[in-house]
Design a protein around this ligand. Structure first.
Ligand code: FAD
Length: 383
């Protein structure tokens, strides 16, 4: 039983930050969640950044422990295998499990974030400060500086936890103070979203599968949404032939998709508009060390270890961080100076392993799933 009640600042009300706030509040701590954006529950989402995630058992376990799994799963669609779309011929379904009973779950990142934010915000120990962008942190005193619409404000906490994503400002501050080293490896690939709307009121493709169009050096995937649409994501090279930079005109886009993704244009009436107007996102792997300073500042989720999305595990991994930190706090009697290094020790090798597996799975998904050899192999359990 925790007897300490600390003032914890969690920077970033994304997936990891909101879940972390719920876990810390359950321990009796007071939590302020600082988020640079306005409240995402009001307002319209950014175009071409809907991102639907494959939530797997690792992430679900973290939600189940605080009773949020059923609510979140109400908006999720189970995908029991991958449907591989060749250039010519019929799509091929490859089950994730021998019995066909295991699934990963398609869920909108925005919907998941909002559900976690709702859960955190309704707890009496949690305060949420939107429109607060962290721009300064003194690691020795844990004093934070934020830019807000009203001007610059400062705030203090006993412990500051950075859950502020791949471009973490908390990590940046530790770096600036010479307290960690980091490497950021960008892929020469980007991602762009397209939409397949419902067809005659129903899903245009099988909603029980994660759809993949493997094309050797590039690919497209599509995951189902509860409104019966699919979000497609192109993972293409940024440069060279057959890259995001090589397709400009409407005619070139139409020609390219008709040739390489021939089943898509009839299902995606806004294909050209989506392609021309949706942004290209960056993909990269972040490594840093250490993940904490002096038991006063810590990093979780993408802030500590962003990975490329090809194993569908970034958010799942962030949720596992939260569970592990909670376990370490249990074992250390909420002594942060002991718990934060222990959490890093237990998570860092796992984060590195999934970072490498995610890079390797890009080759698997864009190339090997389409090979005849692969199709005679035992089915694997991941996307
Ligand atoms: P984020 O979700 O990035 O949240 C960070 C939060 O911090 C944001 O709300 C941001 O506004 C806020 N913030 C940033 N800077 C500041 C600041 N200075 N001050 C205050 N607040 C700040 N993962 C999976 O598990 N399965 C998948 O299938 C999957 N697919 C993906 C597909 C794509 C195309 C991409 C790009 C990612 C995918 N991921 C997937 C990864 C997943 O989205 C991330 O791992 C996850 O969002 C990380 O959560 P986080 O809370 O650490 O960071």
């Amino acid at each position: 039983m925790n007897t300490r009640q600390d003032e914890i600042a969690v920077v970033g009300a994304g997936l990891a930050g909101c879940l972390l706030a719920c876990y810390l509040a359950r321990r009796g701590h007071s939590v302020t969640l600082y988020e640079r954006r306005p409240d995402p529950r009001v307002g319209t989402p950014e175009r071409g950044r809907s991102i639907n995630l494959a939530l797997s058992e690792r992430g679900l376990d973290a939600l189940r422990r605080i009773g949020l799994d059923e609510q979140v799963m109400a908006d999720a669609l189970p995908m029991r295998g991958r449907m591989v779309h060749p250039v010519v011929g019929e799509p091929d379904f490859q089950s994730y499990s021998a019995e066909g009973d295991r699934a990963i779950n398609s869920i909108s990142r925005g919907a998941l974030n909002n559900a976690l934010l709702d859960a955190a915000a309704k707890l009496p120990q949690v305060r949420v400060a939107f429109d607060h962008r962290l721009v300064g942190l003194d690691p020795a005193t844990a004093q934070m500086t934020f830019e807000t619409p009203q001007g610059t404000v400062t705030a203090n906490a006993t412990v500051v936890l950075g859950a502020d994503g791949a471009g973490s400002a908390v990590r940046g501050q530790l770096l600036e103070h010479g307290l960690l080293t980091e490497s950021v490896d960008f892929l020469d690939y980007g991602y762009k979203e397209l939409t397949i709307p419902p067809l005659g009121g129903d899903f245009a493709l099988d909603p029980g599968a994660l759809h993949i169009w493997p094309r050797g050096t590039s690919m497209m995937i599509a995951l189902p949404n509860p409104d019966r649409s699919f979000t497609c994501t192109l993972f293409w090279p940024n440069h060279g032939t057959a890259s995001f930079s090589s397709l400009g005109s409407k005619a070139a886009i139409e020609r390219y998709f008709a040739q390489h993704y021939p089943d898509l244009p009839p299902l995606a009436p806004n294909l050209v508009d989506d392609y021309q107007h949706n942004p290209v996102g960056v993909l990269g792997t972040v490594r840093c060390d250490p993940w904490q300073f002096d038991g006063r500042v810590g990093l979780l989720g993408d802030a500590a270890h962003a990975i490329v999305p090809f194993y569908g595990q970034g958010a799942n991994c962030a949720f596992e961080d939260v569970v592990e930190l909670d376990t370490c706090l249990d074992e250390c009697g909420d002594d942060w100076a002991a718990a934060l290094p222990l959490y890093q020790q237990r998570r860092q090798d796992n984060a590195e392993a999934i970072a490498q597996m995610a890079l390797a799975n890009f080759v698997e998904m864009r190339d090997k799933v389409a090979s005849p050899v692969y199709q005679t192999r035992k089915k694997v359990e991941h996307a």
